[in-house]
Design a binder for this molecule. Structure first.
Ligand SMILES: Nc1nc2c(ncn2[C@@H]2O[C@H](COP(=O)(O)OP(=O)(O)OP(=O)(O)O)[C@@H](O)[C@H]2O)c(=O)[nH]1
Ligand SMILES: [Mg+2]
Length: 215
């Protein structure tokens, strides 16, 4: 593959409800922040094209719902992921305590064994912190995950979070060669448009949103 080919990368964003998963995605993809964001229903998929380490990358971000009602669908979203962003809210200790459950969920469902996990402590702009940076860092280290603190509101750490994760994914030997499986069957190296994949993935997401909303 030449360096001008596009590499497709799938990343899932998970964590408890309200921790800022959608806000992080929106800041990174659209550079927007909404104080009154509605909870995600099912899963939203957004793409961003970027260059990391001289490689053209089409990043597909699966922004999942933290609400328990939608979690039965999660294993489907993990299929073929190259990376996962596991978010907690530094002002809510309960969301940090739940990281263990989320990591077990990832271990059981990620189809790429060496998919890269990044733990993100979000909302550092807020007062009333309940989880120190040291606690977050130490926990991530124990679990061999990357770690960063962010604010989707002020943009602190947001680009770095995604860039570090992507860099690590690119540098993990063989990870991208495996591409994705399951519903992302069209994802592989050298797919320069990604149009059909986007269409299929977004259609699936829309269908799921419709079903979820009516249930
Ligand atoms: N102050 C502050 N507020 C934030 C930050 N990130 C998100 N929020 C707010 O927190 C609320 C929840 O954010 P979302 O991005 O919807 O959270 P989520 O994790 O996607 O939630 P679900 O979709 O329900 O799982 C929204 O009102 C956001 O505006 C942040 O970094 N700082
Ligand atoms: Mg959301």
């Amino acid at each position: 593959m030449g360096d001008d080919s596009k590499v497709n990368v799938k990343i899932v964003i998970i964590g408890e409800a309200g921790v800022g998963k959608t806000s992080l995605m929106s800041k990174f993809v659209f550079n927007t922040f909404d104080d009154q964001l509605q909870p995600t229903i099912g899963c939203d998929i957004h793409n961003k094209t970027m260059t990391i380490d001289g490689k053209n990358i089409e990043v597909r971000l699966w922004d999942t719902a933290g609400c328990e009602r939608f979690q039965t669908m999660l294993p489907l979203y993990y299929r073929g992921c190259h990376g996962a962003i596991l978010v907690y809210d530094v002002t809510r200790r309960d969301t940090f305590n739940k990281l263990r459950d989320w990591l077990i969920e990832l271990e059981n469902n990620l189809t790429n064994d060496d998919a890269v996990v990044m733990i993100v402590g979000n909302k550092i702009d807020k007062t009333g912190r309940q989880v120190s940076k040291e606690d977050g860092n130490q926990y991530a280290k124990q679990r061999s995950a990357l770690f960063i603190e962010t604010s989707a509101k002020t943009n602190e750490g947001v680009s770095i979070a995604f860039e570090e994760l992507l860099m690590k994914i690119i540098q993990t030997p063989g990870l991208l060669d495996r591409g994705s499986s399951g519903i992302n069957v069209g994802e592989n190296r050298g797919n320069s448009s990604g149009g059909a994949c986007n269409w299929a993935a977004n259609l699936l997401s829309s269908l799921w949103n419709t079903v979820a909303a009516s249930g």
